[in-house]
Design a protein around this ligand. Structure first.
Ligand code: NAI
Length: 329
């Protein structure tokens, strides 16, 4: 079910101390939204430019452990790959029974890289929005969707407390959907690995095919994405729906998309999607990624090199240089 502003009571967590650990994409936006809603927010982190920003924004700033000790609820908003170590060393030893810990991603808890004490309230409050949007859409009053879940209810009050905080960051304005750590993790990674990512490789494959027919690299890239048209189309997906936005295209385009493109999304793509979900559910992707992190990301670096050495990457750099030069004039 969806939870809206009317289902949540800011007063439940008002007067409590909320520690936001990490002042990056999500941390800054969520902290500012909570503060605007009258919550007492402190920031825990390591000394770097983001922490200086927190000071400039007027927050009390301290190291992670100190913030955890002072807090009733702890938002863990640091990168997922760093989180387990920080959690084990600087957060977990200082958490008390019934204290609440809030994650914006299900990843570490779902895969068991973080195992919270059973006496804690452990909840998911995951905006389906980049950090900038979490702030901008709070300020504009537009809101944004979020997935929420209670994994552990040490206090017996985890749901009303979570809803209070969800409203505090602006996540119940458009509707916060009850989900689970598992569902959030699988969906988030599936979207990256089977949808967004596949588009990148489809662009590259299209480049290779069209180049082999003698078409110009710049014209190809402009047609595929460099014009900025795809972002207009993506905006229409969320405003009108994926099928109704077809009305914005010519009838020739509609017929082509409904007939030819349908054939491209065939059994191979379905097999890929199924494999992606299977590897997320059986933990093999998470194990591979944990191993990558331990040995210094050799696989990631190899793939980055593979991409950078391709002709489409060089053509993109040349095109963007020309386009940028033109806009600077
Ligand atoms: P980020 O990369 O912006 O986090 C940077 C912050 O973490 C900085 O303030 C940095 O000082 C701090 N940090 C890094 N290492 C640290 C350490 N060892 N000790 C203390 N602080 C440290 O993180 P982001 O992107 O905001 O992600 C935070 C959480 O939100 C993650 O769980 C992510 O999956 C989730 N999320 C992120 C979204 C996004 O738009 N980026 C969208 C939805 C959820």
């Amino acid at each position: 079910r969806f939870f809206f502003d009317n289902d949540a009571d800011l007063a439940i967590m008002n007067g409590k101390t909320l520690a936001v650990i990490g002042y990056g994409n999500q941390g800054r936006s969520q902290a500012l939204n909570l503060a605007d809603n009258g919550f007492k927010v402190i920031i825990g982190g390591q000394s770097d430019a983001t922490l200086e920003q927190a000071v400039a924004d007027g927050f009390a700033v301290m190291n992670v452990t100190e913030a955890v000790k002072q807090a009733d609820a702890v938002f863990v908003l640091i990168p997922d790959e760093i989180m387990p170590r920080v959690y084990d060393e600087q957060i977990a030893p200082f958490m008390l029974a019934e204290q609440m810990i809030i994650f914006a991603s299900g990843y570490n808890v779902y895969y068991g890289f973080i195992v919270p004490d059973p006496a804690l309230d452990v909840v998911l409050l995951a905006p389906r929005m980049i950090g900038k949007g979490v702030r901008d859409r709070f300020v504009s009053g537009q809101g944004y969707p979020a997935l929420i879940s209670v994994q552990q209810d040490g206090s017996g009050q985890a749901w009303p407390r979570l809803l209070s905080l969800a409203k505090g960051i602006g996540a119940t304005k458009m509707g916060a959907l009850a989900s689970s750590f598992e569902e959030e993790t699988i969906l988030d990674l599936f979207n990256e690995q089977a949808m967004c990512g596949i588009q990148l490789w489809a662009f590259r494959m299209a480049f290779d095919v069209l180049i082999s027919y003698g078409l110009s690299p710049s014209a190809i890239l402009l047609e595929l994405y460099a014009s900025g048209e795809p972002e207009q189309i993506a905006a229409a997906y969320s405003e009108l729906g994926i099928w109704d936005q077809l009305k914005l295209h010519s009838r020739t385009s509609q017929f082509g998309q409904l007939s030819r493109a349908r054939l491209g999304a065939g059994p191979e793509l379905k097999a890929h999607m199924t494999r992606v979900v299977d590897e997320l559910r059986d933990g093999s992707f998470a194990r591979e990624w944990a191993c990558e992190q331990r040995v210094g990301f050799p696989g990631l670096h190899r793939l980055q090199t593979l991409v950078a050495e391709h002709e489409s990457y060089r053509a993109e750099k040349r095109l963007y240089d020309i386009m940028k030069k033109n806009t600077e004039q």
